[in-house]
Design a binder for this molecule. Structure first.
Ligand code: GTB
Length: 217
């Protein structure tokens, strides 16, 4: 059954890998599953055909035969169940890897998204400058806990898993802020994730999508 995901026609980051299709591509590459990409414009994302697949009119989505999925956590979990290397066989270790996936999207990513909100959405508000350090401190609080848990091990809980894939994917959005560099073991953890051949292939593929010449160029 062929796998089709959706991605931005042109990501606002120009292909820096920050849009969430990158984590889905990465999981598919780790699992060795071929896939194709249907790009969607911001307008098309809000039209009925796409909303039928993604109720919030966003990317990425995942289609495989009659299965349509949205939410990157759910997509990566599904992909991890299909191929080797992303979830341990041991039942307890598997449950812990899934817990880290949830931690990534439910505990770590929300505070990081607040930074995006305060900078990009609320930047012109008179209170934005006052709110920024509060948001940065909430992020540091999470990073400190993660840094302590990671200590000097390579991956968060034994062998590389979908938990690491999701954690690295949310943490790398912090690079430009400088906050990640305050925690050298986390910066090194993200670099290890990005150095994986599967990540490199995923990054290159989304870069190519975002930098393909448009008609008329
Ligand atoms: N919780 C959902 C998931 O994990 O799948 C969130 C999906 C989501 O936020 N999708 C974004 C989207 O479709 C794209 S990834 N936004 C359009 C809309 O809501 O109308 C978020 C994103 C976008 C762009 C950058 N960037 O350019 O740096 C980074 C991240």
């Amino acid at each position: 059954m062929s796998i089709v995901i959706t991605a931005f026609e042109r990501s606002p980051d120009g292909g820096e890998g920050l849009a969430r299709d990158t984590r889905v591509r990465w999981a598919l590459e780790e699992a060795g599953l071929p896939y194709s990409v249907r790009t969607v414009s911001f307008q098309a994302m809000k039209e009925p055909a796409h909303v039928a697949i993604h109720p919030f009119g966003q990317i990425p989505t995942y289609e495989e035969g009659s299965l349509c999925l949205f939410e990157t956590g759910a997509i990566v979990l599904h992909v991890a169940g299909k191929g080797p290397g992303l979830l341990p066989d041991d039942v307890d270790a598997r449950a812990r890897a899934i817990a880290w996936m949830f931690a990534a999207v439910n505990t770590v990513e929300p505070v990081i998204l607040e930074l995006v909100t305060v900078r990009l959405v609320e930047g012109d508000k008179p209170w934005a400058a006052e709110r920024l350090p509060l948001v940065q401190d909430r992020i540091r609080h999470r990073l400190q806990a993660l840094s302590t848990r990671l200590a000097d091990v390579e991956w968060i809980d034994g062998a590389f898993s979908a938990g690491d894939l999701m954690l690295v994917s949310v943490l790398l959005r912090l690079r430009a802020s400088g906050l990640l560099d305050e925690f050298p073991n986390l910066a090194a953890y993200v670099a290890r994730g990005e150095a994986r051949p599967a990540y490199q292939r995923a990054f290159a593929a989304q870069w190519a999508t975002n930098n393909a010449p448009t008609s008329g160029q």
